[in-house]
Write a protein that binds this ligand. Structure first.
Ligand code: GLV
Ligand code: MN
Ligand code: MN
Ligand code: MN
Length: 386
């Protein structure tokens, strides 16, 4: 199934570039919709852009068992982060039917939009809107790199911005959610096991750091006369690494940086970059960011610049539902439990309904990069065959 979408949103620099609420997203949604309809599932897209495919076997009743993931990607992303969980959801329906299992509860497959936040900066945008974890007014004003607001993107994508937001009715129809996902580190390589039951998600957040200096001419401005925000930002990136290295289990990353205006012979007037910081204890994340903020302000002053650090999002550490974890472990004898350093829609959904995750081994241990991999044999392992 994944081979059918291998050409969609290929990033010319390698891997995939599949931003949420865009045309790649539409093509991927159509692929999912076609597969779901071919299976006789009832497909609809909700007010927040989440695509649902329902299987309501005769006699089934009560809140649904939901599985699924996302189809958008980070820039240069791999082919499995998201799509593996969507293809696996379709495959699970096939398998249940082949084995003659008639679920007593309705089953729904879900595809969440803009999970990575690669376009609008806020990860898990679809699930956050649905769960009421972001205010619609704030979400609608988010802008992409071209200055398009989410509100405008929704209209272009056939959705009505006036209707986005917490979707109590859908939430009430869900009994539990399980997201299957490629493992994004080397946890399962080290454990020597093909699959794991998710235990937790590392607390994480994003901060936007803006450094203002004096734009000027590269040839006429003496080195001593410069207030160069690019130099300040470079020192800040190194300082962030040093601060994070000092805190056991902390992760801090700067993966996106924009000099303004960005010319070879121009000293930038402004540099803005994003900090991604994570730690299992939320209090430690807060302390880490305070230390980073202090370093950033000190360096800005030393370079004759001004810096502003603004929190864009903060997601506390999540522990998945204990009884669901026990059920998943019982279905997968011998499977270890594994925490996730990566964020997922499952982390947002866990705030609203019982939620769990499954991870499939990634033999390269690399993710958010084209080298991300899943072996067919690992992906095809299934709970019912033990
Ligand atoms: C999502 O993949 C994240 O953890 O950034
Ligand atoms: Mn993902
Ligand atoms: Mn991801
Ligand atoms: Mn000139």
């Amino acid at each position: 199934m994944l081979a059918e979408i291998a050409h969609i949103g290929a990033d010319p620099r390698g891997g995939y570039l599949r931003p949420g609420y865009g045309h790649e997203d539409r093509e991927l949604r159509e692929w999912f919709g076609a597969h779901a309809e071919a299976r006789g599932l009832e497909v609809h897209r909700d007010v927040n852009g989440i695509v649902w495919a329902w299987w309501r076997p005769r006699g089934s009743a009560g809140p649904a068992v939901v599985t699924g993931s996302h189809l958008d990607s980070v820039p240069g992303g791999g082919g499995y982060d998201g799509p593996l969980g969507v293809a696996s959801a379709l495959a699970a329906v096939d398998l249940l039917r082949e084995r003659g299992v008639t679920p007593s509860r309705p089953v729904a497959l879900a595809v969440f939009p803009e999970e990575e936040g690669s376009r609008f900066g806020l990860a898990c945008l679809g699930s956050r809107l649905m769960a009421g974890a972001v205010a619609p007014e704030r979400a609608l004003a988010l802008k992409d790199r071209d200055g398009t607001t989410l509100a405008e993107a929704l209209i272009r994508d056939g959705l009505d911005p006036r209707h986005v937001g917490m979707d109590r009715e859908s939430l009430d129809g869900i009994g539990c959610f399980v997201e299957l996902h490629v493992e994004q580190g080397r946890g399962l390589i080290d454990l020597g096991h093909p699959i794991a039951v998710g235990s937790s998600i590392l607390g994480h957040g994003r901060w936007r750091i803006t450094v203002d200096g004096q734009g000027n001419h590269a040839g006429t401005t003496l080195m001593a006369d410069r207030r160069d925000p690019m130099v300040a930002a470079a020192r800040m990136v190194v300082a962030i690494r040093e601060v994070a290295r000092d805190v056991p289990d902390a992760r801090a990353t700067v993966g996106r940086i924009e000099p303004v205006p960005g010319g070879t012979n121009v000293i930038a007037s402004r540099v803005s970059f994003w900090l991604d910081a994570r730690h299992p204890e939320d209090a430690v994340t807060a302390a880490l960011v305070t230390r980073i903020r202090d370093s950033v302000e000190r360096i800005a002053a030393e370079e004759g610049c001004r810096a502003d650090v603004r929190e864009e999002s903060l997601s506390p550490t999540v522990d998945f539902d204990r009884s669901l974890r026990a059920e998943l472990r019982a279905a997968l004898p011998g499977a270890p439990e594994l925490g996730s350093g990566a964020g997922h829609d499952a982390g947002v959904m866990a705030g609203a309904i019982p939620t769990g995750m499954l991870f499939v081994r990634n033999p390269t241990g690399v993710s958010h990069a084209p080298e991300e991999l899943v072996e067919d044999a690992d992906a095809e392992l299934d709970a019912m065959s033990g």
